[in-house]
Structure formats: C-alpha cells, structure tokens
Design a protein around this ligand. Structure first.
Ligand SMILES: *Cc1c(COP(=O)(O)O)cnc(C)c1O
Length: 398
C-alpha cells in the first residue's frame, strides 16, 4: 500500500531528502507496529563522519545515553566510533558487541560503586571527577586511572542545560587536580559540557577560555595536562534552524589553536548530533477530541514512552498522513486538503501530564492515520518508561 503524507516545504529543512525517502519507502514496504523508531543508517553515518572532522587532534566518543539501541550502537561500533558511558548497563551493551576498553571513556563525575568495579575490571582508563569524594573512590577502586576534571561552564542558550549538577569553578578545580595527583591518579585533563542542544556558539568560547586558565594554573603547579574533553552539545534541527557542525567546529578548532599548546588530544562526546536527526518516530492517531476550544490529537507515542524531552521544551516537527479516503484532500500538490490549524498533541497514557505540545499547526488526520515525528533519534527511547503498560517502542535501523 502506498501511503500519502502531507510533506510541507519546511519538512525538507529538518529531515534530509534521502532520510525521508528511506523512511517513506520502508513504510510502503513494511507493515509496522506503532509506535516504532526508524533510524536512517546513512544519516547516522554522515553525521558520524562530519563530527570531529574540523578539530585537529580530535577523537569522537558517542555518548551512549542518547540512543543505546543495540542495532544503533552496533552500527556505530562498526563505523569505528568510540564511546562515552556512565553505567554498568551501557558497559554491558558495549561488551556484548566486543568493543574494547581502549575505545571507552566515562565522563559521569559521580559514578556508582558497581559501575566503577565493572569499569575497572573491564580495563577502562579514562574517568571524570569533580569532587574529593570521587577522587577517593577512584584512587581506591581504579588506582592510577587517567582522570579529567569537570569544570563548570555557562550553559546559556542550551535547550537542555547540564551545568548545575556537575562541575567546579577554577580555584576548586586546581586544588582537585593537585589532590588527584597526590592520591596516585593520573590527572590528564579537563572536561566540560556546554549544555545539550547548544545553540549559542559563545558557550564553547567561554568554556575554552575558562579551561585555558585552569590548564595554566595546573601547569604552574607542576601538572602538565594533555587532554581537553569538550563534551557534547552539538545541536540538531527540531523546528528552528541551528548552527552547522562545521561552523561550530571551525570556531572551536581556531580557539584551541590559539589558547592551548600544540599537539593536545581533544575528546568530543556528541550524543544528540550523531543520532538525533536520523530518527523518525512512526506513531498512529488513536483519537481526536475537542476540549475547551482546543482540538486534541491523541497519538500512541507520548511523554512517557518516548517524547519525554518535550517536557523540557523540545518542540518536534510532524508529518501527517493524508488518507484520501478520509477526505483529507486529493493527492496532487501540497496545498489542497484541509487547512492547517492548531492542535494539542497528547500521548496515550491516562496521565494528564502526557501532553507533547500545544498549538502545533497540522492538517486534520483521520483516526488510524500515521503521524511521523521528526528528529527523534536522541533521548527518546532511552528516556522512555513502560508507565501505564505502554511498551517502550522498538528501534529499527533502516
Ligand atoms: C549527555 C552527555 C554527553 C552528550 O551530550 P549531547 O548534548 O547529546 O551531545 C556528552 N558528555 C557527557 C558527560 C554527557 O553527560
């Protein structure tokens, strides 16, 4: 069966033409059970190749928490990527795929005992820290580990800030680096995270200036650092235009060249940018209703089983099926059929918190039609719960 979708011009700026064709042809040839996350492997490959390309001395570590789907991670491992993890579950996933310890780092500054025990046994060498307590844990459980200090940096303009929970200021950082050395650890560097979905290029500049000051204080204290781990944060497009990776990286590379000694290692830990715009949630309209002058569209994917980031302000773009039988208009052109109007889009659970977005401009679909939610490859299935008995959607690499 050939399905007809209402593709609008702006959709083409969010999902690449080839990804869209790939997803649509998959839907034409497969009867999918919804909701399901389709991941376009070619797009993942393009993004993986683009990241790090413009930063000299860089090495890319995929932040597994963004999308730990077995097939996705297997695919990335096959492309030769390295990995950043935070838990024994993520480690087990990589171990199952035969990823060697030399390709794994962990940048969670506060780790569980169980994870540290497993990571040490597996042979992982690189760890983050931002407290004396963590230095003690590392000194005891992974003696001699290579450690980098998490510096607190501004997260202004990032849609998903990460700055409050982790990171220390420069003075405390300098003391911790010396302390780590005294406790027999190998303090190799500094890390920071500018915030996820960072759309403010100055965040990287501020972070790099701050890291440089700490780098020099450490050198003054007799500790020569060699690793600058710039974390993640590269954005993908959801609705608004975002800066391209090339532009972000050329800016970072230029500044690193200016501020840091030549020949340092730069670690990059992208999560969202590797997988975010390669994923399309295929969901189904399960109901429509009118509540207090608002039109509500009920989907089988919602806040609890995949679209949790909507709560933090991520706004998705949608492609609605146009089922000719339902009176949604003819098949020619993109302007016929019912006019677009605002909808409140909700998930399937009985919780009234399960509202994905409001004022989403959509043409009216029929109950049973498919709705594609774009840029869903990151922080969707990994955030999902089985609340209310709705299964976590499967991920298919297409
Ligand atoms: C989550 C996380 C990342 C990935 O961030 P993105 O914004 O998805 O690129 C990288 N490093 C650390 C330490 C993280 O916690």
């Amino acid at each position: 069966m050939t399905r007809v979708f209402g593709i609008e011009p702006f959709h083409r700026e969010i999902i690449s033409k080839s990804s869209l064709l790939n997803v649509l042809s998959f839907l034409d040839t497969h009867e999918v059970e919804t909701p399901v996350l389709l991941m376009d492997g070619e797009q993942v490959k393009r993004k993986a190749a683009a990241i790090g390309k413009n930063i000299r001395g860089s090495k890319v570590f995929f932040a597994v928490k963004a999308n730990p789907g077995l097939e996705v991670v297997r695919f990335l491992a096959g492309l030769g990527l390295n990995f950043e993890i935070a838990s024994e579950g993520e480690l087990e996933l990589l171990a199952r795929l035969g990823v060697e310890a030399g390709r794994i780092i962990t940048s969670n500054p506060v780790k569980t005992f169980k994870f540290l025990e497993r990571a040490a046994a597996y042979g992982i060498k690189y760890y983050a820290y931002d407290s004396r307590e963590e230095v003690e844990k590392l000194a005891r459980m992974v003696p001699g580990a290579k450690v980098y200090l998490r510096l607190s940096v501004p997260n202004e303009g990032s849609e998903w800030p990460l700055s409050k929970k982790f990171g220390v200021e420069i003075d405390e950082g300098a003391a911790l680096i010396s302390h780590a050395a005294r406790r027999g650890l190998d303090p190799v560097g500094i890390t920071f995270h500018v915030g996820s979905q960072c759309t403010n290029v100055y965040n990287w500049n501020n972070a790099l200036y701050k890291a440089k000051i700490l780098w020099e204080i450490a050198a003054g204290n007799g500790i020569n650092l060699s690793v600058l781990n710039i974390g993640g944060g590269y954005p993908v497009r959801y609705t608004k235009v975002v800066m391209g990776i090339e532009r972000i990286e050329k800016n970072i590379d230029g500044l690193i060249g200016e501020l840091f000694p030549p020949g340092i290692s730069v670690f990059i830990e992208p999560g969202r940018a590797v997988v975010g715009d390669a994923g399309v949630f295929v969901s189904r309209v399960i109901g429509k209703s009118r509540r207090a002058d608002e039109d509500w569209l009920h989907l089988d994917v919602g806040v609890f089983n995949g679209l949790m980031e909507s709560v933090g302000g991520i706004r998705y773009s949608y492609i609605v099926e146009r089922n000719p039988a339902a009176g949604g208009g003819g098949q020619s052109g993109e302007t016929d059929g019912s006019a677009r109007r605002p909808w409140t889009v909700a998930g399937p659970s009985c919780d009234s918190f399960d509202v994905i977005d409001t004022n989403v401009m959509l043409r009216e679909p029929a109950v049973g039609d498919l709705v594609l939610v774009l840029s869903c490859g990151a922080y969707t299935t990994s955030y999902a719960s089985e609340f209310n008995g709705f299964a976590i959607p499967k991920t298919l690499l297409v």
